[in-house]
Ligand binder design. Structure first.
Ligand code: TMO
Length: 313
């Protein structure tokens, strides 16, 4: 990997001066990267900390669901953002097979769900209630969706099961998936010009909350087995009839073999924990300030030494 950005100087100096970190294998720690900004920046933040400790690091772009099988098999070493709503099921399935565990849990509390910018409420005053949203479905109709409302979902690999939810709750909506996270932001920006009502997928922590005031749609409350057990949730005959967790976890997953192969990097990974504002800031550096993820990570590390320096043994 190219060293085109500044390494965290303090960690680097410490490693050289103390001769520490010799326990770690010189094989690269492989960090997977996905398709939303905070995950990409955070991956580089953690990677640059490891590099500062003298480790080799490689980044690979991977599917955000299949990655849990890759971590389990040791093909990639870790995953910095395991969102309960989007990836809880894939993570748990891999964990059950063995080879992957949670090395840390961020202090951030997460939510991923249907969301609207606040101006949408004028056209649909019963919001945020989902039944009120459904009564307003026609407000969200487009040529593409006929007389049904259009819900703009995230990229398909986030696997939100939105169409299943629409079916299970008998909603008059059609789900259209965006090709990228950037397409979601472009859609809000375009709607803002005329204050057009829209409903789309969004999440927190994210940069968006500092840019557009908005609210999540309140669906039937999430219950753990809602997506597996039809009898759970308001529709006794269908799964996927709940909202996503409103207070979801955000974990860091690691390959079980990491502890033995890179014990010092692993120890540091177990210390990593970010807050909602810290994660929103990482996304903002890319999505608002238009920095390259590597540069955003270097800038974040430079500004926040008090947060991460103590994570290095
Ligand atoms: C997986 N995501 C945070 C984009 O919802």
């Amino acid at each position: 990997m190219k060293f085109k950005y500044m390494l965290p100087a303090t960690a680097m100096t410490m490693a050289i001066a103390s001769g520490a970190y010799a326990d770690d294998s010189s094989d690269p720690i492989i960090i997977p990267i996905h398709n939303w900004s905070s995950q990409i920046v955070m991956s580089h933040v953690v990677g640059q900390i490891f590099e500062g400790m003298g480790n080799n690091v490689e980044f690979v772009t991977t599917d955000s669901q299949a990655v849990y099988e890759s971590v389990r098999l040791g093909d990639v070493s870790l995953e910095v953002e395991v969102w309960e709503g989007a990836f809880g099921a894939s993570y748990e399935a891999a964990k059950e097979k063995g080879g992957i565990h949670a090395a840390s849990k961020h202090s951030a509390v997460t939510r991923e769900d249907w969301w609207y910018p606040l101006w949408t409420k004028e056209a649909c005053p019963g919001l945020p209630n989902w039944e009120a949203l459904n009564a307003c479905a026609a407000v969200f109709a487009t040529p593409e969706t006929g007389d049904k409302g259009r819900f703009l979902g995230g990229p398909v690999d986030w696997l939100k099961h939105d169409q299943e939810r629409v079916n299970a709750l008998g909603m008059d909506f059609i789900v259209v998936n965006a090709g990228s996270a950037a397409a979601l932001w472009a859609e809000i920006e375009a709607a803002e010009k005329t204050k057009k009502p829209i409903v789309l997928f969004n999440w927190t922590p994210n940069f968006a909350e500092a840019v557009w005031e908005g609210e999540f749609v309140e669906f039937p409350t999430w219950v753990d087995s809602c997506n597996d057990d039809p009898s759970v949730g308001p529709n006794p005959d269908a799964a996927y009839d709940c909202g996503n967790p409103a207070n979801g976890y955000l974990k860091i997953a690691a390959w079980d073999g990491m502890k033995e192969k890179w014990p010092d990097a692993y120890h540091t990974l177990t210390q990593v924990s970010f807050t909602n504002p810290q994660i929103a800031e990482m996304a903002k550096l890319v999505d608002v300030d238009e920095m390259e993820p590597e540069d955003a990570a270097a800038a974040w590390l430079d500004e926040n030494k008090d947060v991460w320096e103590s994570w290095i043994q």
